[in-house]
Design a protein around this ligand. Structure first.
Ligand code: AHR
Length: 496
C-alpha cells in the first residue's frame, strides 16, 4: 500500500517566521575561538574571522544568531569583551574549561551578524551579573542619547546603535546547576522581574526570552511574569542513548509533543496584556507569548572524560535525516514556535567543522541549508499516512517511514512539500493529493541523499551528500511519487 500525503491549500494556516532557521554560538570549546574567530590563523581576515567558515555560514544564511551562551552566560561579563583588545582579560572558562580571551566580544559579534545578515540575540548573566549590568549592556548596544554607555560604544568606533532587539533573561535557569541559585522558580521570578525592569527601562522596545523547562516551572514563571515574557525558551537535544535504530527518529515526535504541551499552556495567558497592576514606564506584552526553541540539535553523550572534545561530534546521514525531521516539526508547529537557534554553529555539535588547515560541511549542514533556502513562508495543513519503519528483524516500529511538512511560498507561488524518507534501504511511494486547488504539477524536486545511514563527511573526503535537482520529476497518473531510500526531498509545485 502506498503512503498518502494530503495537503490542504485552501488556507494558509500561519506565517512561518524566518527566525526558525537561526543559529547559536557559545564560548564552549572551539565554537567561537578556533571556529568562527581565529586572529592567528592565515585563513582569517584582518578582523580575525575565519573566511572559510564565514563562507560556509553564509551558505546556512541564518537570520538570527544567539550569543554568548548557553551555560557560559553564568560567568560572562560583557564589559570584559569591549574596548581595546590588548586590555581585554583572559578569563578562565570555569564552565567549560579553557580560556575566554574576549577578543570576540559584543562589537565583534555584531560585526559578524552584519556580515552574515543575522539579527543579534543576546543572553544576559543572571547568576554572577546584576540587573544594572544587564541594563548597561542594553544601553551600550541600543542607546542613542548622550549617556555613559552609549558614549562608550561610540568611543569604541560604533556611532550608530546596534539595535539589539532580542534578549534572553538567563539560560536553562531551572536546571540544578554547578553554579547558580535560580532553579527555584520563586527565586527566578524575583530576579527576572528586576532584570526585566532595568533592561526595559534602558530600552522599552526590547523583546525578552525567558528560559522554560518542565510544565511546573513554566507555569510558575509565566503566572508571575507573563506580562513581560515575549518568548518562552525550550531546549531539545536528541541522542541515541535509547537506541539508534528506527526509534532514534522518535525524537522528532517527542519534540513535537513538548512543543504542543507548551503551546497549550501558553494559550492560558492573554494574547495581550492591558495593564500592569503597578505602574511602569514601559508597556506590557502586546502579542501572544511565542516559543523560542533556542537550543536544539543532536548531542551524543561520549564515553571519554573530555566531554567538550566529545561535543565535536561527526554526524552521519541518519543524524541529517533526524535534523530534517525536526525541521519538519518546527514548520508544522510554526504557529507557536517563531524562533529557533541550532546548537551550535561551528565545531560543537555543529554543521561546520574546522581544523587549523580548513573546514568541512557535516552531513547535517545540508538539511539546515536546504530548508532555509527553499521552504515557504506560510504553513499549509498536511496529513500523512505512512508505512512504519521496521526494526532489524523486520518488525514494524512506532516510527513512520515518511515525515512531511507543507509550506507555501507566496513570493515564488510555490507549494513546497518537505518529505523525509527515513527508511535506510527502501524507496517509499506516496500518493499526494491537494484539496482546494487543481493538482499543480511538480516544478522542481530537490533531493538530498547519501550512500548509507552511517555515511559521514570528513577532512580529505569529497562531500558524501548528493544534491540532485530534477525539473522533469512528475507524479504518476494516481498522484504517486517515489521517494528514494534515506532521502530528504523538497517537492515544489507551482500552479500552471
Ligand atoms: O549547547 C551546549 C549547552 O547545552 C549549553 O551551554 C546549555 O545551555 C545546554 O545545556
Amino acid at each position: 500500500m502506498p503512503s498518502r500525503i494530503r495537503v490542504d491549500v485552501t488556507k494558509k494556516q500561519n506565517a512561518i517566521h524566518p527566525f526558525l532557521y537561526g543559529q547559536f554560538i557559545e564560548f564552549l570549546g572551539r565554537c567561537i575561538n578556533g571556529g568562527i574567530h581565529d586572529p592567528d590563523s592565515p585563513l582569517s581576515d584582518a578582523d580575525g574571522f575565519r573566511l572559510d567558515v564565514l563562507e560556509k555560514v553564509k551558505g546556512l544564511n541564518p537570520p538570527l544568531l544567539r550569543f554568548p551562551g548557553g551555560t557560559v552566560v553564568k560567568i560572562y561579563h560583557w564589559m570584559d569583551g569591549v574596548g581595546p583588545k590588548e586590555e581585554r582579560k583572559r578569563q578562565a572558562n570555569r564552565i567549560w574549561g579553557g580560556v575566554i580571551d574576549h577578543a570576540f566580544g559584543t562589537n565583534e559579534f555584531i560585526q559578524y551578524c552584519r556580515k552574515i545578515g543575522a539579527e543579534p540575540f543576546l543572553v544576559v548573566n543572571m547568576t554572577t551579573g546584576t540587573p544594572e549590568e544587564a541594563a548597561d549592556w542594553v544601553e551600550y548596544c541600543n542607546g542613542t542619547g548622550d549617556t555613559y554607555y552609549a558614549n562608550l560604544r561610540r568611543s569604541h568606533g560604533f556611532e550608530e546603535p546596534h539595535n539589539v532587539k532580542y534578549w534572553g533573561l538567563g539560560n536553562e535557569e531551572a536546571a540544578v546547576p554547578d553554579i547558580g541559585y535560580l532553579h527555584d522558580p520563586k527565586e527566578y521570578v524575583k530576579a527576572a522581574w528586576e532584570f526585566a525592569k532595568h533592561m526595559k527601562l534602558a530600552d522599552r522596545s526590547i523583546k525578552l526570552v525567558l528560559p522554560g523547562d518542565k510544565p511546573e516551572w513554566n507555569k510558575a514563571v509565566l503566572d508571575e511574569l507573563h506580562p513581560v515574557c515575549d518568548y518562552l525558551s525550550l531546549h531539545y537535544y536528541a541522542s541515541s542513548l535509547n537506541g539508534d535504530g528506527a526509534e532514534y527518529f522518535s525524537h522528532a515526535a517527542k519534540l513535537e509533543k513538548r512543543i504542543a504541551e507548551t503551546r497549550e499552556l501558553l494559550a492560558e495567558y492573554p494574547a495581550r496584556v492591558e495593564n500592569f497592576d503597578r505602574w511602569y514606564r514601559f508597556p506590557p506584552r502586546q502579542r501572544e507569548i511565542r516559543i523560542a526553541l533556542d537550543e536544539w540539535g543532536i548531542w551524543q553523550i561520549g564515553n571519554s572524560d573530555d566531554y567538550v572534545r566529545d561535543m565535536e561530534t561527526v554526524y552521519n546521514w541518519r543524524d541529517a535525516l533526524l535534523v530534517a525531521s525536526m525541521l519538519n516539526v518546527m514548520q508544522r508547529q510554526s504557529g507557536a514556535v517563531t524562533m529557533a537557534t541550532f546548537a551550535q554553529m561551528v565545531n560543537i555539535l555543529a554543521p561546520i567543522f574546522t581544523n587549523e588547515q580548513g573546514s568541512f560541511l557535516q552531513t547535517i549542514y545540508h538539511p539546515l541549508k536546504l530548508y532555509r533556502e527553499h521552504s515557504g513562508n506560510w504553513k499549509l495543513s498536511c496529513e500523512t499516512d505512512s508505512a512504519m519503519l521496521t526494526d532489524g528483524e523486520g518488525k514494524p516500529s512506532a516510527v513512520p517511514c515518511l515525515d512531511v511538512s507543507a509550506t507555501y511560498h507566496d513570493g515564488r507561488e510555490e507549494i513546497v512539500l518537505a518529505v523525509v524518507n527515513r527508511d535506510p534501504s527502501r524507496p517509499a511511494k506516496a500518493v499526494v493529493s491537494f484539496t482546494g486547488a487543481d493538482v499543480p504539477e511538480i516544478a522542481e524536486a530537490i533531493e538530498l541523499t547519501c550512500p548509507s545511514w552511517e555515511t559521514v563527511n570528513g577532512f580529505g573526503l569529497d562531500d558524501q551528500v548528493t544534491c540532485t535537482v530534477k525539473t522533469d520529476a512528475r507524479h504518476d497518473a494516481d498522484g504517486g511519487y517515489v521517494f528514494p531510500p534515506r532521502s530528504i526531498t523538497l517537492l515544489k509545485h507551482r500552479s500552471a
